[in-house]
Design a protein around this ligand. Structure first.
Ligand code: HEC
Length: 111
């Protein structure tokens, strides 16, 4: 019990002490900004994901159809189809490095 407490405390300290926006934050950014729609593991297995008919990023075919540039652009600039914004841009919340790290994370969702 005591060791567990120390461990948790250490983890909390570590999390708070981390410098902002390192690549290791990709998972945290995903959780905070993206998972509500795209799902924790990119499968779009959320209410929003199903409503919006989002792609399943664990599907190799889906991954193959998307370029890194397209993923990066969508993340930073959002997605607009026929003049309608389907996903808002995240350029204000994320740095280019954050967005790149998220693209890496999306790639890692592939089965
Ligand atoms: C409010 C729900 C919502 C949130 C939150 C959201 N997205 Fe999206 N995302 C969408 C929609 C809708 C599309 C467009 C899907 C389409 O056109 O088929 C999309 C498309 C994308 C695409 C383009 C590839 C594709 O699947 O068509 C990428 C990459 C992407 N999102 C990444 C992200 C990242 C990274 C975040 C977090 C920073 C995020 N999204 C947050 C709804 C969301």
């Amino acid at each position: 019990m005591k060791t567990k407490c120390t461990w948790v405390l250490g983890l909390v300290t570590l999390t708070i002490g981390l410098p902002i926006a390192s690549a290791a934050d990709a998972a945290a950014n995903w959780e905070e900004y993206c998972a509500s729609c795209h799902g924790a593991t990119g499968k779009a297995d959320t209410k929003m994901g199903q409503k919006l008919k989002l792609k399943d990023y664990s599907d190799a075919k889906v991954q193959a159809a998307l370029t890194d540039e397209a993923l990066l652009k969508a993340t930073l600039e959002g997605v607009t189809v026929d003049g309608k914004q389907k996903m808002k841009p995240y350029a204000e919340k994320l740095t280019a490095a954050d967005a790149k790290a998220l693209v890496g994370l999306i790639r890692s969702f592939k089965k």
